[in-house]
Design a protein around this ligand. Structure first.
Ligand code: PLP
Length: 485
């Protein structure tokens, strides 16, 4: 191919395409091979990055090798390695290679997964993969869902369905209920859907950070008495903070009695139902009206793989179909395969492909074991922290998450607060392991999320030892200066 043609059509020769592809694979495999030996996080100075990564859009191109090198040096090396075996912060995102290749295939074949007539096989794979998830979480036949970018959009999509089906689209006086541990994606989603802040009641969670039934009932009764319209309970199946699971079965009973919609944010925790421990903890999940789930968290997919599930798959098209007259006579099977009417996207990536291929290649048994490893790792982390003697466990291992605080020998709460709070920055700076902090009841806590099955016992020991040493250093440094008031 002449250079002239290449420039006009934005193409490469077949040989060059292979060369680029092989180079990309080499980059990735080298990264996976060396990952555990590299720092978990390398913080590049923001100003320095701004200087080297700012330029006007170039009029002429550059060799692809050089562009890839810049990407590797400046972008990859300045990103937290969220799939590193000693990354325990936020929610670790341990993807898998088949999923990665599936994303390349979906992009490469550029499958337009919106209308079944245009890509019937892709629509069928999405429908099938959604149905596998339906079976996994225990929803009845007839339930359905759609792949979206992640948990935020899955919650938004499901709550849009609740608004349409439960409220007929009329939000006036409507009230939804959740605990104060709900993910901010839910409150943001409600705001986007046109609900005022007071239309989402944040009920103070109980001692175990769960939505309390008594408080919920009282809030519903007082809203009804005031003439408002309670319509939805939003529960968590594994909060991001502590892994707490709201009492799903009791909430399902209450919602049934009170004719309320039950939406569950299972973005993080729902996949745990594939394990014995998770199945016990998630009793009641099969009774939800809608569920948000993130396959890029505990189902090991590359980022942007969320799913919104609903108890009756027709609710999706009832909510998102934009041309009801034109489609009135077409309530066929086919329509439910038109994913452009199942959510807010028209042109859609084929996101189901990565989960479908992963489940086929590994099988559910292997995936269950990988999820179970997270439970075991969190229990080990808890044991190691207790043995270290300077940590107070605030919430024990639950859904592979635990929280803890530094416990100085003299029991001084202010020192505990400051060391616990400052430890995150010290870890980030150190780079050998990373855990993040959060606040529970206004107090700083450290938090480890252990859902990466590739974390070894040695990784957990290294991490606990490192935190223990850094915390002691922080405390020593504090006692050198007068305590602030
Ligand atoms: C991560 C998370 C979300 C948001 O999901 P994204 O994929 O980040 O958009 C919502 N709820 C919970 C419980 C989560 O852990």
């Amino acid at each position: 191919m002449s250079e002239e043609t290449q420039r006009k059509t934005l193409e490469f020769s077949h040989d060059e395409m292979r060369e680029i592809g092989y180079r990309v694979i080499d980059m990735l495999v080298d990264y996976y091979r060396d990952r555990a030996e590299r720092p978990v996080a390398e913080t590049l100075d923001h100003a320095a990055l701004e200087a080297i990564l700012s330029e006007p859009p170039p009029r002429t191109g550059m060799p692809w090798r050089a562009a890839l090198e810049q990407f590797e040096r400046q972008v990859v090396d300045s990103s937290n390695r969220v799939d590193h075996p000693r990354f325990f912060a936020y929610i670790p995102l341990a993807n898998n290679f088949i999923g990665v290749m599936a994303d390349a295939l979906a992009a490469g074949y550029n499958i337009f997964n919106a209308v079944w007539l245009q890509a019937a096989g892709a629509a069928q794979v999405e429908r099938l993969t959604v149905d596998w998830l339906r079976q996994i979480v225990g929803l009845p036949e007839g339930a359905g869902g759609t792949f979206v970018s992640g948990g935020s959009v899955a919650n938004l999509t499901a709550l849009a369905v609740a608004r349409e089906i439960q409220l007929g689209g009329d939000t006036s006086g409507a009230v939804a209920y959740c605990s104060d541990q709900i993910h901010f994606a839910v409150s943001r989603g409600m705001r986007i859907l046109g609900f005022a802040p007071e239309q989402l009641r944040n009920i103070r969670s109980d001692a175990n950070f769960r939505l309390p039934l008594g408080g919920l009932r009282a809030a519903i009764n007082s809203d009804r008495a005031a003439g408002r319209r309670p319509f939805c309970v939003i529960a968590s199946a594994g909060t991001t903070n502590t892994g707490a699971i709201d009492p799903l079965a009791d909430l399902a009973d209450l919602c049934q009695r009170e004719d309320l919609w039950l939406h569950v944010d299972g973005a993080y925790g729902a996949p745990a139902i594939l394990t014995e421990a998770g199945k016990r903890a998630l009793t009641g999940l099969e009774r939800v009206d809608s569920l948000a789930l993130d396959a890029h968290k505990w189902l090991f997919q590359p980022i942007e793989c969320g799913v919104a599930l609903v108890r009756d798959r027709r609710w999706l098209s009832q909510t998102f179909r934009e041309t009801p007259e034109y489609l009135k006579d077409m309530q066929s099977e086919g329509e439910e395969l038109n994913f452009m009417y199942q959510g807010i996207q028209l042109t859609r990536q084929f996101r189901a492909l990565k989960l479908w291929l992963s489940i086929k290649v590994f099988g559910l048994d292997a995936i269950s074991e990988a999820i179970a490893a997270g439970f075991e790792n969190a229990e080990l982390a808890e044991r190691l922290l207790r043995e270290a003697g300077v940590w107070e466990i605030v919430t024990p291992a639950q859904m592979a998450i635990l929280t803890f605080r530094y416990k100085p020998a003299n029991g001084n709460e202010e020192i505990a607060d400051r060391v616990t709070h400052d430890l995150v920055g010290r870890l980030l700076h150190d780079g050998r392991a990373f855990a993040s902090g959060t606040q529970l009841r206004g107090k700083p806590v450290m938090r480890m999320c252990c859902n990466n099955p590739r974390a070894t016992p040695a990784d957990l020991e290294t991490t606990v030892q490192l935190m223990t040493r850094l915390a002691a250093e922080l405390e020593a440094a504090l006692s050198d200066v007068p305590a602030s008031d």
